[in-house]
Every structure is written in C-alpha cells, then in structure tokens.
Design a protein around this ligand. Sequence first.
Ligand code: ATP
Ligand code: RIB
Length: 308
Amino acid sequence: MNKEKPNIIVVGSSNTDLLTKVGRLPKLGETIIGKHFHIGFGGKGANQAVMAAKLKANVVMVTKLGNDIFGKETLKNYKSYNINTDFVYFCDDSSGVAPIFVDDSGNNFIVIVPGANWKLSIDEVHKAKELIIKADVLICQLEIPLETTIEALKIASLAGVTTILNPAPAMELPEEIYKYASIIAPNEVEASMLTNIDIDSVEDARKAAVALNKRGAKNVIITLGSKGVLTYSEGNFNVIPPIKVNAIDTTGAGDAFIGAFAYFYAKSKDILESTKFANIAAGLSVTKLGTQTSFPTLSEINNILIGL
Ligand code: ATP
Ligand code: RIB
C-alpha cells in the first residue's frame, strides 16, 4: 500500500450548494436583499472526499445522484479531482441540494433537501465491499439512510479498516453504531445532541467526549468551531487551539477537517498529529466563501505547519 497516497473511501452524500450571502440572517416572515449568490458543489460526503483528494489521496466516492443537471455536473466535479466514481449511482429523484445563507460574521443557516441521497441502498454499498475492505480509512456522515451508513461502517470495521463517523447533521443514533466507529467526530451541537450534555465550555466538551467513548467509540474528536478541537484518545485529552484567521464563511469547515484528518491519519495513525494538520486545513477553509472552493492545498497547509 502506497502510504504517500493513502486509500480513502467515502460512503455519503452529494449536494449542490445554493449559497446566498446576506448582511444578516432574516427574521421569520421578513424579506431582505441578499448581497451575492454562488452555486457550488457540496454535501458533507462530497466535501470530505474532495478535501482528501485535494491532498492527493486515492479517493473512492460511494454516493447517489439524480438524473438532472446537478447530478451530471457533480459527476464531472468528482472526475476533475481524480476521484474514483465507479460507485456513483444515479436515480430518478432530484439530486441533493442545500440552500445556504451566510451572514457578515461568517455564520450560516443550511437546509438540506436530500433527494437521491436518501436512495443510496445497502446493496449498493455491498457492491463496493472489495474497495471498502482494502481502504486505509472509511468516512461516513448522516446525510444518507442510516441503515446504509451503519452497513458501510460494519463492513469496514469487521475487516479492521479505520472508520471515521462524522455524525452530521445532528440526530439521535442507535447504540450499535458506536462500536463500528474507530473515531467519532461531531461538532459541539452534534456532541450535545448525542450525549444530552449542554456544551458551553471545553470542560463540557470533555464530559461529552467521555460519554461518547463509553458508548463504544474508540476515539473521540469534538470540533469546537472558533475554539479549535478537543481530542480524547486512550484516556488522554488534548485541546488544539484554532489558527488565527479572518473568518469569511465557515460552511464546510467541519468537512475540510474530516477530509484532511482522514488523509493524515491514514499515513500516520497518529490522532494528535492528524488533528493538528486538520485544524489548519479547516482554519484556512473559513477564510474564503464557499465549501469545496475554499479548501486549501497541501502546500498551503504545510506553510502554516512550518510556521507553528
Ligand atoms: P460546518 O458544519 O460548517 O462544516 P462544523 O460545525 O462541522 O462546520 P466547526 O466545529 O464549526 O465545524 O469547525 C470545524 C473546525 O474548523 C474547527 O474545529 C477549527 O479547526 C476550524 N474553524 C472553524 N471556525 C474557525 C475560526 N473562526 N477560526 C479558525 N478555525 C476555525
Ligand atoms: O457541511 C457543509 C455541507 O452541509 C454543505 O456543503 C451542504 O451541502 C450540507 O451538506
């Protein structure tokens, strides 16, 4: 296995992001004038795959698109990053879309319309089994049917493949899923929802990390937005501060984190060093508008790493 080019497989969503920049988010029932509109490729699965591919990992994407213009363009986008599309399926539903509003402080509101994503089946994941069990890392999120995600995690986990579960968007999960996650990586909202612990401080995040570990997730990483990242692994906590940046748009920061983490972890098997690397990738991604278009290159990340 060529560790310079780790093998990463993503079983997850593809969306087209319909992003509107506004001065402030509208109140209920209010009409406001937007500043700027941008269509981009998104979806948590797609974003994480593209981040890893930008770092020159070998990436396989297992996803489902609609037979429409968004689906066709999304397939082209994967190919432009040399992502393996052998398991990109099509159906008659509409492709996933995500209307997104970003305000002047870089905060966002996102509505996901899953469409074809909701049709990715267990059988379709089984067709990719050979590649799942050969991968260094499998990444899953929660924008496809839960049973499909669980099956992908189970196949990989039983074959000894490192699995990363990014439990986003926030939802309640069945207990069995935790034992299939080598690494669970929620943000604060998701960690809070899964544990019923309000997270207002790093101390709260530590409690949530312990609770997730007790459920069966071997390693826990909680991204804390502009407060950085907390890791809990083999009984040790680490808090990595954020890099200092001017935040323009945080959409997809969590995805940049996961894709970059998977790349570095596949090479190093080191949770802390991979988290430091991914924290830089995610920090750089908030300095530009958009999701995949804001993701940094390896040399941009390394330039910051060298300066630390
Ligand atoms: P999204 O759903 O928008 O993709 P998220 O909520 O999943 O993001 P966050 O926890 O907000 O993820 O952010 C992920 C990571 O991005 C943080 O842990 C940090 O490394 C980086 N990050 C986010 N906001 C900032 C910021 N303002 N400055 C520096 N780094 C940031
Ligand atoms: O994490 C950001 C992503 O969430 C966006 O690209 C949007 O498509 C939603 O899936």
